[in-house]
Design a protein around this ligand. Structure first.
Ligand SMILES: [Zn+2]
Length: 155
């Protein structure tokens, strides 16, 4: 059985909330994802990471683009880089892209569907609902204390 995971992360990959703000935001997320009657239970996991951690979209990842020249980034190059960083725990997200040699950040590459890096994440397993609306995302971000983005994975 596959899972659908909707994750909410701060737009800044290094930013972390305080515990009270995280609790309030997780409670709001629970209200927004009551689950479908008779469906799989919605599970909400609040996660904290010491270093920026890759929040990926699983099978939904179709393309990675260069933020400078728009070229497609070679996936093999990217996977090798991610493996290398996985060992050092993403101490730095700095990267030089192979297409136009621009200096960029792993977080700034154009992932389609979106992916991101975060030290704080609220993951909603089997949310039984579409993407959060802009209004919902802004309202959650106001509660948390930082603007948020969302990532949807199929795994
Ligand atoms: Zn480029």
């Amino acid at each position: 059985m596959s899972d659908d995971v909707l994750s909410v992360i701060p737009t800044d990959p290094y930013w972390q909330p305080d515990q009270a703000a995280a609790d309030r935001t997780a409670a709001m997320v629970a209200e927004l994802t009551p689950g479908a009657p008779g469906g799989v239970d919605v599970e909400i996991n609040v996660e904290w990471h010491d270093k920026p951690t890759f929040v990926d979209c699983g099978e939904n990842l179709e393309r990675i683009g260069c933020p400078r020249c728009g070229a497609s980034i070679n996936t093999d190059w990217w996977i090798e880089l991610m493996d290398a960083h996985y060992e050092d725990g993403f101490a730095s997200l700095a990267v030089q892209v192979p297409c136009c040699c621009a200096k960029s950040s792993l977080d700034a590459l154009e992932y389609d569907w979106p992916c991101g890096f975060a030290r704080f994440e609220i993951a909603i397993w089997n949310p039984a609902r579409p993407w959060l609306s802009d209004e919902e995302l802004i309202s959650l971000g106001t509660t948390l204390g930082h603007p948020l983005r969302q990532i949807r994975a199929h795994i």
